[in-house]
Write a protein of this length. Sequence first.
Length: 474
Amino acid sequence: MNRVLSPRLRERSLLGTIAGIGAFCAIVGACSGEETASSEGPVTESKDPATETASEGLRLHDLRFHDPVKQAAAAMIDEGRQTFRFDTFGDEAFWGGMLKLHQAIAGAANGGVGPGVDPTTALSVGLKVDVAALPFELVRKLKRGEVDLTVPATTLALLKLNAVVGVTGFFGKSGKLESMGIQCALCHSTVDDSFAPGIGRRLDGWANRDLNIGAIVALAPDLSVFANLLGVSQETVRTVLNSWGPGKFDAELSLDGKAFRPDGKPAATLIPPAFGLAGVNLHTWTGWGGVSHWNALVANLEMHGKGTFFDPRLDDADRFPIAAKNGFGHIMTPPGADRISPKLPALHVYQLSLLAPKPPRGSFDRDAAKRGGELFVGKAKCASCHVPPTFTEPGWNLHTPAEVNVDDFQAQRSPDGRYRTSPLRGLWTHTKGGFYHDGRFATLLDVVNHYNGFMQLALSEDEKNDVVEYLKSL
Ligand code: HEC
Ligand code: HEC
């Protein structure tokens, strides 16, 4: 059966097959759906043999390439992207309604409070502007320097255009900013800076390591909801928020109330990328669960959208005193009012579709990376945990703190008390802020030195450098 056909012969035999199927279709009368069959009439009645072949070809094309599974997946990617970028899940009731953060953004001159947040300030705390949302005329004015980036009114204009990545402004009839909500994209998207620093095309899934979310939330006029939850003053809440710094957020704070580590440093962790996660079992630095588990947790408990969340592990009052006391593992919203649960399937598909971006040409040394790749799976023993191509373990991808020779503070703030083997693709996109959950290693060389020490790998300086180049190539 394994005959090798010349291209020409192969073509002829393919045509033969097409003609064969065409005849078959003509006999059964419905190969490409009834609509085509009735609009074109039965193929056998065609007078022109050329037309006949063409329409048979079309039907065959339909038969072979109409793929309902792919079409449905593509629709889910579109829906998931929309959710990831623009859905507040109703969290404006929290960020605007309770914290009144929108008032601090607008400023007293625009009906809010305080000086307001002008675009220059907004960009300096890591907020990003989506250039694709700006009308052509505005882009031209921006280019000419004719837009005043030092007044909060310009920030409001950008919010009206839905151009601030991850933030939605809600405006009243009079044009006044009345509330605001946040999206996944706030922390997990950035822009390519193609127009100016902080202004460009969206890059979904990239960790926004410029974003000083703590400093932004600390601007809110009313932090009583956090103060009551944590049993501290609003001033203390502000101090904690301002301690995080850029690229960090503390997702566990409202579960366990631990704001600082035993060594006195802030307990916040780095924002990880949300790309390159297909095939990865457990997510977050400490492996809380699958992507959908974490999405539901974040949308309900961190963003404060309206939804439903179940995780009885949060009933553990020793580990999660605040969550246990407040029933955070048992959030119920009636199906009709639940704005999160219906979004989870497409949001999941979208995130799994985000591949880690390839490193730019010339950003690493190819020969060194090749040697580094051999070390990675060989002498350096990295691939015993970071298994290519996902670079985490296929299976239960968690380790005790001792296995990676770090303290257990953050691990103990999660249900399993462990650290998750980080997927390593796209490391080059998040070098800012350092590596490991808290950024304790400033450079990749520091990471390699860490392993070289406690695993007694005896890597030479050249070998360490090769492993670093390999990490940059992923
Ligand atoms: C305020 C910033 C912020 C927002 C908003 C946010 N995240 Fe995150 N995200 C984080 C941080 C920080 C972590 C790490 C948490 C940890 O390990 O404890 C994280 C972790 C994740 C992870 C795990 C990534 C991995 O490496 O496995 C996924 C997936 C994720 N977020 C998706 C989302 C989605 C989807 C949304 C919107 C529903 C969202 N996040 C909203 C900050 C944010
Ligand atoms: C015992 C399993 C294990 C081995 C062996 C291992 N790693 Fe890791 N790796 C981990 C875990 C777990 C983390 C997450 C640690 C944390 O967040 O605190 C991690 C994190 C990292 C990170 C940081 C990723 C980020 O996003 O910040 C890099 C880089 C890395 N490993 C590279 C390596 C290299 C290179 C080797 C070999 C020299 C190696 N790993 C060997 C388990 C392992």
